[in-house]
Design a protein around this ligand. Structure first.
Ligand code: ADP
Ligand code: MG
Length: 682
């Protein structure tokens, strides 16, 4: 008897070359084959009268062969087999190209089902190469809902359907049920057998829907359970609990009172540090929500407990910036805080590294590569990563290998809707700073069009004359052929030459070399540049408090969240700040979107809106976000199911941790997915 784990080669008709084809589709075992789901379906259940056939609408007819097939040779390598069929309503011509063997299968006077369409391009009403089945044969390609699979060269849908049918007949009862019955009842889900049968061979549309519902749920369920297990196994790694958890001296020295959200986040840290397991926490907070203090508190507690901390930033400039803000919060307590960057002299770097290895330094701040690849610590107990979306689940795992299972705190300044947080950070615990410090001046945001150009230029002039600085963001680096977008290169040149010859205009974009970019950014930070024309490279966290105006060209080209992020570049100092969105787009929806940005400064609200408007694909854009791929589920439509599945996964895992069942099908499935040892439960 065939087993689900058997190779597909056990199937009749599957030799080495077919095995290769299937492998190309990622199908090795019978289980893989059953889990290879159709991309779409063709409803061939309805029989249409020949007289009612509509051009280009595929349909199924039931007809008698009224003239026996005849094959004619047209030219070298091309022959055509013609026949006529008829039903009660009309006659229809049928042609097959290079399939003369058809003559042996279609017999005069007998009834068959044909599935095809008449082409609106063709001068005669006829079917070309329709699939057919005898009245007496089992319905496979006609008279039913036919699954359409993603295929590969040499492998037809018909073959795949047959292989899957054979496998369903022999192995369906072996497909493990990972969802306990009470859970299926609660969420109204059919059994796994029913689901696999109907996803491949749906009886009717309602049973297909039931199958899809169950499989979408299962897919999310496995995903959520996997992340939860991963999280559990990471936090289960033993880590000597911190015993000094008193922050009062640290708090007393702060120049302000922490917000409620900041207090909650600090409490979360303490609980993690005291737990005896390692911390895996995401700190999410909009720009200006005060994440730095949380990072400082974490480093403070690590130092109080005799452990070292490492703070990793995506760029050198950001590392310097973090060093400038963290050191003053920590040094008063004798916590030595140093910067380690690639541009430091080799001798300096060596000295810093030696001090780190000797345990003389409590917090080192540098770029990811610099710290994770080459630095030896004496006792690394805490890693803080300013992550800006650059890490996936796997990279986070790799980080944990550094040191003796250090506590890890990831910081993200990009507000993401809660459901999406689960997709991207489901392996982490989350603290959210959803409260801005009091007394912050809201950035005034305006939507304008070209008619306002002269006035905006005057406004830029006014800001610079008041010794402030200005960002101008363009959607493209270079001019494209259509000229429909402002390009940073050309616009910077135009501004400098024709509009602001008396000001210092600089250019910054992603194609420049790292050192070049750093130099431009440093000059702007130091106030040596008045106007910085840039692409979205400035999105990533640079902090120039003296910048009070950001002008965004072709604003319709950006997502709301991205615009919000860009806007966060200003309003970091005491002076009132402004954001000007240029757009000549007249589309009502686009204008509504941009106006919404003028009215709210709440990054989480904006993100929710952005997600609803554009769907997850566009929301996360072309940037690499490590968004998981699902086979059945659609992230735009099925998000509510994700939440249910996550809740269900948590319930089942907690049941399993109380009464362990090492052979539970869910854990077996995890073993298959993780290939080696699955994450363990407690
Ligand atoms: P983020 O990194 O989240 O963008 P920062 O940590 O840089 O935010 O904080 C932004 C500014 O707000 C800093 O100048 C910081 O000193 C100040 N700040 C942080 N928390 C508070 C607070 N509770 N009250 C007043 N000011 C605060
Ligand atoms: Mg910050």
């Amino acid at each position: 008897m065939a087993q689900l784990t058997d190779s597909v080669s056990v199937l009749r008709g599957v030799g080495p070359s077919r095995c290769k084809q299937l492998e190309g589709l990622g199908i090795r075992t019978l289980y893989d084959l059953l889990s290879y789901f159709p991309r779409r379906y063709e409803d061939r259940t309805k029989i249409t009268a020949i007289a009612d056939l509509q051009p280009d609408e595929p349909a199924c007819i039931e007809a008698i062969v009224a003239s026996a097939p005849r094959t004619a040779h047209i030219r070298r390598g091309m022959d055509i087999t013609r026949l006529t069929v008829a039903d009660h309503s009309a006659r229809l011509n049928i042609s097959y190209f290079n399939q003369s063997y058809i003559s042996n299968s279609l017999h005069y006077g007998q009834t068959y089902y044909f599935y095809g369409s008449i082409s609106s391009d063709s001068p005669t009403r006829q079917f070309t190469n329709p699939v057919f089945e005898a009245e007496t044969s089992a319905p496979i390609a006609t008279r039913r809902i036919v699954p359409v699979y993603p295929l590969t060269a040499g492998l037809s849908g018909k073959v795949l359907i047959k292989l899957i049918a054979d496998t369903l007949d022999s192995c369906l009862q072996d497909v493990p049920e990972i969802l306990p019955e009470h859970l299926r009842l609660t969420y109204g889900l059919c059994s796994v057998q029913e689901a696999y049968r109907n996803i491949h061979q749906p009886q009717d549309m309602p049973s297909l829907e039931r199958a899809r519902k169950r499989l979408i749920f299962e897919e999310f369920f496995i995903f959520a359970a996997g992340l939860q297990l991963l999280r559990a196994s990471r936090t289960a790694r033993y880590c000597t609990p911190f015993t000094h958890l008193d922050l009062s001296a640290f708090l007393a020295q702060l120049p302000f009172t922490p917000t409620g959200a900041q207090r909650r986040a600090m409490e979360d840290l303490k609980v993690d540090f005291a737990s005896g397991g390692t911390m895996n926490r995401l700190l999410q907070g909009d720009v200006g929500s005060g994440k730095t203090v949380i990072a400082a508190a974490a480093a403070y507690l690590a130092a109080q407990n005799g452990r070292q901390g490492a703070f990793m930033a995506p760029t050198e400039i950001l590392a310097e910036q973090h060093h400038r803000s963290l050191a003053p919060l920590l040094e008063p307590f004798g916590i030595r805080t140093v910067l380690l960057t690639g541009s430091m002299k080799q001798s300096e770097k060596n000295a810093v590294r030696a001090a780190i290895a000797a345990g003389e330094i409590q917090l080192v701040i540098g770029t990811h590569a610099l710290i994770s690849d080459t630095t030896e610590f004496s006792d690394l107990g805490l890693v803080i990563a300013d992550e800006q979306h650059r890490f996936g689940v796997a990279q986070r795992g790799a980080l944990a290998e550094k040191g003796r299972d250090p506590h890890m705190l990831f910081m993200s300044a990009t507000p993401i809707p809660r459901t999406m947080t689960l997709l991207l950070y489901g392996d982490l615990d989350v603290s959210i700073l959803d409260e801005l410090p009091p007394g912050r001046q809201a950035i005034e945001t305006f939507l304008v069009d070209e008619q306002m150009r002269a006035r905006i230029n005057n406004f830029i002039r006014k800001q610079v004359d008041e010794n402030h600085q200005v960002y101008i963001v363009c959607p493209a680096i270079e001019e494209d052929e259509t000229g429909s977008m402002k390009s940073a290169e050309l616009w910077a040149e135009t501004l400098q030459r024709a509009i602001f010859p008396d000001y210092r205009v600089a250019l910054l974009h992603g194609k420049m070399k790292g050192a070049e970019k750093d130099a431009v950014m440093r000059a702007f930070s130091a106030g040596q540049t008045d106007i910085l024309v840039a692409t979205t490279v400035i999105e990533v966290g640079v902090d120039v408090p003296n910048a009070t105006l950001i002008v965004i060209e072709n604003a319709e080209r950006f997502g709301l969240s991205q615009l919000h992020q860009l806007r966060g570049r200003v309003g970091r100092g005491k002076a009132q700040s402004y954001c000007v969105l240029f757009s000549s787009n007249r589309n009502e929806q686009t204008r509504a979107r941009l106006k919404a940005l003028c009215q709210t400064t709440d990054g989480f609200k904006i993100a929710e809106q952005d997600l609803a408007l554009r769907g997850p694909g566009d929301f996360f854009g072309s940037r690499q976000h490590g968004l998981p791929q699902f086979k059945v589920a659609n992230l735009s439509l099925d998000i509510p199911t994700l939440q249910l599945a996550q809740q269900a996964a948590a319930e089942l895992l907690s049941e399993l941790s109380e009464t362990p069942e090492p052979d539970h099908p869910l854990l077996q499935r995890m073993r298959m997915l993780f290939h080696d040892d699955p994450p363990v439960l407690n």
